[in-house]
Design a protein around this ligand. Sequence first.
Ligand SMILES: Cc1cc2nc3c(=O)[nH]c(=O)nc-3n(C[C@H](O)[C@H](O)[C@H](O)COP(=O)(O)O)c2cc1C
Ligand code: SF4
Ligand code: FES
Length: 571
Amino acid sequence: MIFDDLRAIQLRHGFLPKAELRALSSRTQTPLYQIHSVASFYPHFHLAPPARAELRVCADMSCHLNGACDLRAELERRFVNARRGEVEIRDVSCLGRCDHAPAIAVNDHIFTAITAERGESLVRSALRGEELHADLPQQGRVACASDPYPDREKYGALRALVATKDWDGVLARLKEAELRGMGGAGFPTSMKWDLVRKQAAEKYIVCNADESEPGTIKDRFIMTHLPHLLVEGMILAGLVTGAKQGILYIRHEYHWQEEILGEEIRRAYRAGLLGRNILGSGLEFELRVFVSPGGYICGEESALIEAIEGHRAEPRNKPPFPGVVGLWQKPTVINNVETFINVPQILVRGVDWYKAAGRNGSRGLKFVGVSGHCAKPGIYELPLGISMREVLFDYAGGVRGGFTLKAFAPSGPSSGYLPASMVDVRLDFKELAEAGSMLGSGAIVVCDDTTCMLDMALNAVRFYRNESCGKCVPCRIGSQKMVDLLARWTQGGLPEAQYHADLHLLDELSLAMSQTSICGLGQIVPAPIQSVLKHFRAEVDAHVLQGKCPSGICFTAAARAGEANRVGIRP
Ligand SMILES: Cc1cc2nc3c(=O)[nH]c(=O)nc-3n(C[C@H](O)[C@H](O)[C@H](O)COP(=O)(O)O)c2cc1C
Ligand code: SF4
Ligand code: FES
C-alpha cells in the first residue's frame, strides 16, 4: 500500500516533503528509514521539488538511432538561459514508445516522434501551467490472428474448463504444445504451472506486464487489442494451479492499457467470470491491477515481487524460485503477457493448430516489435520460425531512406547485435541461441549502414548501468567500469598495448559479471559489446587504434561531452 500513499502525497505536493514522510511513518507505524529507502529507489518519486517543466529524453536504442542525442542537445541549447527550477532536461530509460521514436516525457506525459520545435513548445506549455495531453500510441482495436474468438463468445476456454475441471488435461496440452515463456527466458510454461499446482499452500498468479527493455513494445499492443485473452489466460492459470488471487503488474507509463485492462476485468466480474463463484461453479479467482512504481529492474520476477510487497525492487537470490517461494513467500506463477494469451489459443484451437501456426518446426504465432532504422516500425504478429529477412523486409518495410542493413538486435540490448549477413536466421528459440543471440522478448532493432556499432554497444551498456539496482557489486561497479572502458574506446588514441590490456580486462569483467551477478541484468551487461567485438571488430580497432569512427558518429564534440553530462536514471 505504501506506493498508493506516496503517490497521493506526490500528487498533492508535486514531490515527497519530509514532513509528509514523517507523518506517513507515524500513521502507518513504519520506520522512516524504510519509507525513505523505498521512495528513494524508484525514479517516479521526487524527494525534492521538481522543475516546473521536467523534460526527459529517452536515450535508449531506438530513440538513440532516431536522433535522441541531437534532440537533447538542441533542447538544452534552447533552454540554456532558463531560470533555476524552471526547466530540467535529462535522459530517461526507454518509455515504451520505441516504434514512434524519439520519445520524450514532459512532467510525466509521454510524447512521441518529437522534433526540437515540438519539444520546446511542450516545455513552454508546461511553464505556462497548461494541461498536457500525452500522445496515444494507437487508436481503435486491431483484429489479431491470435484471437480464437473473432466472431464467437469470448472466454470459451474458461467456460469449457469450468465444465470439465480437467486441470491435468490443460497441463498436458501446454506440455504437448511446448509452450515457452515469452518474457525472455523461454522457460516451459507447463513445468512452472505444474510445480505451483503440486503445492498445497496459498498461491498467486502474477502477470509480468512491466516491459521496459528498449525495443520491447509487444505487450503494450497485446494489452490494447487482446485484453480478454490476457484476463482469460490468468484465470485459467489460477484454476489449474489452485491460486485464488491474480495480480497484473503493469508499467506505469501504460496508462491507456491500464484503463483497457481495468475495463476488461470489471466486465469479467460482471459476467461472473471472475470472483468467488466463477460461472456458478463455486471456483474462485480474484484479479487486480498493480501499477509499477517504475524501473527496468521491476521486470525481473523476484524484483517485481519485492515491489508488490512494497519494498525496493531488488532481486532475490535464487533458488528458491518464485514457483516455490514467491509473493508473500508463497508459491507464485509469474508469466509474461504473451505467454498467458497463448494458453486460451492452444485450448480452443488445439495443439495441432498451434504446431501448424508456426513455420519450419517452430510453434505458434509471435508478436514482435520492430524499431530503429526500419521503414515501417511497429508491432507485427507473425508465425514463429520465419526468417528475420521476412520480418525486416516483408513486414517492417526494409531499411528506410534508401540505406542498407548493417546490423540488427533480435531482442533489444540483451540479445547483442547480429550483422546483416545473418539476416536469414529464423525467429526461433533454438536457432537464435545457436547464432549467439536470443529470441528474448521479440524486440527487434534495425541499424542501417550509417550506424556506429561501438556507439550502439556503449548505448546498451549505459542503459544497464543506469538501470542496475545496485544490490550486488559485480553489476553495480562492473557496469560502470564497462561504460568507462567503452567511452574511452570511443575517444580513441590508445597505444596498442593498452588496448590489449583493456580487452583482457573486458573479458575478465564479463566473466565475473555473468557468473557472479545476482540477476539476469548484471549477467547480460557484457552481451552487446561481446557481440560487437565478434562481428564488428575492425570497427572497434579503427576507433581505438587509429582514432577513427568509420561511421562518423564518435569523435565529435557532442559525442565527447555525452557521458560527462549524463545523469544516471536513478535518483
Ligand atoms: C532485468 C530483467 C528485466 C525483465 N523484464 C521483464 C519484463 O518486462 N517482462 C517479462 O515478462 N519478463 C521480464 N523479465 C523476465 C522475468 O524475470 C521472468 O523470467 C518472466 O516474467 C517469466 O515469464 P515467462 O516464463 O512467461 O517468460 C526480465 C528479466 C530481467 C533479468
Ligand atoms: S545484477 Fe544488477 S540489477 Fe541484478 S541484483 Fe545485482 S545489482 Fe541489482
Ligand atoms: S521509447 Fe526510446 S527506446 Fe523505447
